[in-house]
Design a protein around this ligand. Structure first.
Ligand SMILES: [Zn+2]
Length: 209
């Protein structure tokens, strides 16, 4: 199911997975420049080296979500391991910032009913996605064009500010940064505003594409 539902105001959600990382500050700079607020789906194993980035993101009005500790294929884990991936990350974010993250997104969008059941008692909300340009391996121009062609109120855009360990993706996220600049300029032209995922009106929870 997709969640790009029309809204009275021209609001959508930019989201970023796999951070925090050395590329996140530049992403936050661009978002600040354009008065855009976003959701960062955090990997637990990146937190220790980047606690200040998480604090900065919150201070600038962004939302922190959970993306697991080690970017696992959740469907291959036991129920206890699934909970551990998400809840250990949640605790590490809380230790670093004082905030309890409540939205989560499965790595690779790999999720099934067993994974959802394993997390059912944890008071988490699964984040959807309607525009996934796979910015982690495409040049900036391709990512920007892919997103811009699909931008509309209610959209949930999935970009990446980090690179998981052992990832086969591009070595850096500079293409994402470059694409984000173009996307934000186009959003301004079309008077589209980004808010954190949880602030999208009329959300359909529990879906991911
Ligand atoms: Zn990811």
């Amino acid at each position: 199911m997709r969640s790009d539902r029309g809204t009275a105001k021209s609001i959508l959600a930019l989201t970023f997975d796999d951070g925090p990382s050395e590329w996140t500050p530049r992403i936050l700079d661009l978002l600040a420049e354009h008065h855009a607020r976003a959701t960062l789906f955090i990997l637990g194993d990146g937190i220790a080296a980047h606690e200040q980035i998480l604090k900065r993101a919150l201070a600038e009005g962004h939302e922190l979500g959970l993306h697991g500790w080690s970017h696992p294929h959740l469907t291959e884990l036991s129920d206890a391991e699934i909970r551990d991936e998400m809840l250990t990350t949640q605790k590490a974010i809380e230790r670093a910032t004082g905030i309890v993250a409540r939205v989560w997104r499965p790595p690779y969008f790999e999720v099934d009913e067993r994974v959802r059941q394993a997390l059912a008692g944890s008071d988490l909300v699964e984040a959807s996605c309607s525009i996934a340009p796979e910015d982690y391996h495409w040049p900036a121009a391709r990512t920007a064009t892919f997103v811009i062609e699909r931008l509309r109120p209610g959209a949930v855009v999935d970009l990446h500010d980090g690179r998981p360990a052992r990832s086969g993706s591009a070595e850096t996220r500079t293409a994402t940064i470059e694409a984000l600049d173009v996307i934000l300029c186009e959003m301004k032209r079309r008077k589209l505003q980004s808010v954190p995922f949880s602030q999208l009106p009329a959300l359909e929870f529990g879906t991911a594409t």
